[in-house]
Unconditional design. Sequence first.
Length: 232
Amino acid sequence: MVKVEDAVVARWETGGSHFEVLVDPAIVQAVKDGKEVDVAGGLALDQIFKDARKGDKVSDEFLEKVFHTRSVPEIAKQILLKVEVQVTTEQRHQLQEAKYRQIVAEIARNAMNPQTGAPHPPARIEAAMREAKVHVDPFRSAELQVPEVLQKLRPLLPIRLDSVKVKIRVRAQDFPKVIGDLKGFGKLSEETWLGDGSWTGVLQIPAGLQTDLYAKLSAKTKGTAETSLVTH
């Protein structure tokens, strides 16, 4: 559970009654986005309050009358879906920095330099975002903000969201070591066993994962894996 001093008050009023929970601000938008979230773990206290600062709790009977359940996590989720949560300046700064890193990671994973076909390193993307003075909303999902961020980056970086196809060839003895990793990276097609016993296939991945893919293959096959970009 989140510490009380790190939590914020989420407050909802209906029919003259007040309902408050102390919650980790980091999970608020995730709940609003419909993501699977451990609401119970995000609560500072397993209670629904009339006034959290005074410790004035709502009775179980009244909770059931209003929310049709006595489950605190379920009630807290209903409250979070209905309200805007106020955060301190420090909490907002922390949430913005975390969301900034999420957006950088999302772009680095899925984007490439269309001039070279190579991914942009996260440090380069972050530097361009700082230069473009990109504003990040801590309470909107990273995925929704990526297109807006890309618009601001394009005057500074040649960048495009894309996927690439990589043809891979590995020795028979290395195939069991890499097949699980390859399926984790992307979609496999055109798999073939060649006459010399080696395996070949075409893997489609987000453009930004090329460097990670090549490093993983090199480590697992001791540098014997062969790769080439499929350009047609």
